[in-house]
Write a protein that binds this ligand. Structure first.
Ligand code: 4AD
Ligand code: MG
Length: 466
């Protein structure tokens, strides 16, 4: 039996049971008559407190200092009522076995380490309370995402990671280069430091087997092809942006959830985005209570109330023009001046979500459907406090001539989008979708400040070590 749930409110029903617990030592206190070991296996936030007398089998490993913080062990014992106030039950140890020792250079000692320090220990930080809780809530949000879409009849589609097209037309793509194994000839490397990588030579004249290829910035165009065959679909996978920005909300590699709805307009799209967000927020409030209490106490006071409001209350909607009016009417001075037609900066988003309220779109991509006024597009952003843009979405231009004209206007190569244009040639339908940055959702749901701390191995300019 492995059952480590020994939080302050749990475990009384287990009193008298014989348990085996396997995990990692969080703390160890040797007193004259008794030793306390707190062990955690990551299944939940709270540790199992193990109490051991010197007659427990294996006690000599404690005595001789073999078992220390960070070591992996298993213990066998009986669940008893705890004398302490932190937990209701504890394990009275009969036998302890050291599985893997940990020497005293172990960097995750009890004292609280800074987030910056922990980023340099990305391989060990999941052993801390904060990163364990983030990992579990991130997992629950991913599970709830699939549940929401599956329950609503959406089909999950895998969009490619390597692609020749630039969905956003913004040129923020990483290039793919081919590594030629065991080749003895190579062209000169533009980067002197890595002429050879793992003894394989890089042929800089090649990209994707002789054709240019990039890492995807968005699976949307591929999702559209499936939406115009299977109706409602969604993608959920990694996407990449080569933007050299060091902010607390941008990653070079992030996960995106992109639903695409057929026979749908912008209102359907917004309704879907709202229902989705409310569903996943409700899901973690109901299913991750211990971790959410932790975030509420230690990371962002009041986050549970704030998320409960998100799950229960209507969202405010404002048009782009209304948002610009709000900003023009603001007493606050902005670093970037506001005028109709400008893209909103994060200071503007912050003003709208934190000081005014609501939501508004950023500047138009080629695929967004032109409104009847001939100058605005049917697009929306969902902005949330602290994070700013959580979701960007739009109704797509389903009219062939208008889409072609738009590609021409933006000087994008129409030939490269031939297959995308085909969707408008053969049975075109009104359709709409959105993209949600999964890490921003995890930030919103946990109160974590920095996006680097809500993905296990963050990829930002200069960091790809782990
Ligand atoms: O607004 P974006 O660029 O929209 C698209 O890519 C559309 N093709 C989506 C669609 O309609 N299917 O990106 C969507 C979301 C943003 O709202 C943001 O949450 C997140 O992706 N995002 C990032 N998250 C982390 N790091 C980055 N560098 C991000 N760039 C965008
Ligand atoms: Mg956007």
């Amino acid at each position: 039996v492995v059952d480590i749930k020994s939080g302050p409110t749990e475990g009384l029903d287990k009193v008298g049971q014989n348990l085996v617990v396997k995990g990692w030592v969080r703390t160890l206190r040797v007193q004259s008559s008794v030793t306390f070991i707190e062990i955690n296996d990551g299944s939940c936030l709270s540790n199992m407190q193990c109490v051991m007398d010197s007659d427990a089998e294996g006690y000599d490993q404690v005595e001789t200092g073999l078992i220390t913080t960070g070591a992996s062990i298993w213990v066998q014992g009986v669940v008893v009522k705890s004398q302490g106030s932190k937990q209701k039950v504890e394990l009275k140890v009969k036998k302890i076995v050291l599985v893997g020792k940990s020497d005293n250079s172990y960097p995750m000692q009890k004292k609280r380490a800074s987030r910056e320090f922990l980023r340099t220990k990305a391989h060990l930080r999941p052993r801390t309370n904060t990163f364990g809780a983030v990992a579990r809530v991130r997992n629950a949000l991913a599970y709830a995402t699939h549940r929401f879409f599956q329950e609503n009849g959406f089909v999950w589609v895998s969009s490619p990671i390597i692609t020749a097209s630039d969905c956003e037309g913004a040129g923020e793509q990483f290039c793919v280069t081919t590594l030629i194994p065991n080749s003895h000839e190579t062209t000169d490397s533009p980067i002197d430091a890595i002429p050879k990588l793992n003894d394989k030579l890089i042929d800089w004249s090649q990209d994707f087997f002789g054709k240019p290829a990039f890492l995807t910035v968005s699976g949307q165009l591929n999702a559209e092809t499936y939406a115009t065959a299977l109706s409602d679909v969604y993608t959920f996978g990694p996407t990449f942006r080569a933007e050299n920005s060091n902010t607390s909300r941008h990653l070079a590699e992030f996960w995106m959830i992109e639903p695409e709805l057929a026979f749908a307009d912008l209102n359907d799209d917004m309704a879907c985005a709202t229902a989705y967000l409310q569903y996943v927020v409700r899901y973690i409030l109901d299913n991750c209570k211990e971790d959410m209490d932790f975030f509420n106490t230690w990371i962002e006071k009041g986050i549970i109330d704030r998320l409960s409001d998100v799950a229960d209350k209507d969202f405010v909607q404002v048009t782009y023009t209304e948002a610009i009016d709000l900003l023009l009417g603001a007493k606050k001075k902005f670093e970037y001046p506001v005028k109709w037609g400008c893209d909103l900066q994060s200071e503007h988003e912050r003003y709208i979500t934190e000081e005014a309220f609501g939501g508004c779109p950023d500047i138009k991509a080629f695929y967004m459907r032109l409104n009847d006024d001939g100058k605005t597009v049917a697009a929306m952003d969902m902005l949330v406090p602290r994070i700013g843009e959580l979701i960007g979405g739009s109704q797509r231009e389903e009219r062939l001539e208008l889409l072609e004209a738009r590609l021409d206007d933006l000087k994008l190569n129409k030939d490269a989008y031939w297959w995308y244009l085909d969707l408008r040639r053969y049975g075109s339908v009104p359709h709409a979708g959105f993209g949600l940055g999964f890490e921003r959702l995890v930030q919103f749901a946990t109160g974590m400040d920095n996006i680097r701390d809500v993905i296990p191995f963050p990829r930002t300019p200069g960091s790809a070590e782990f």
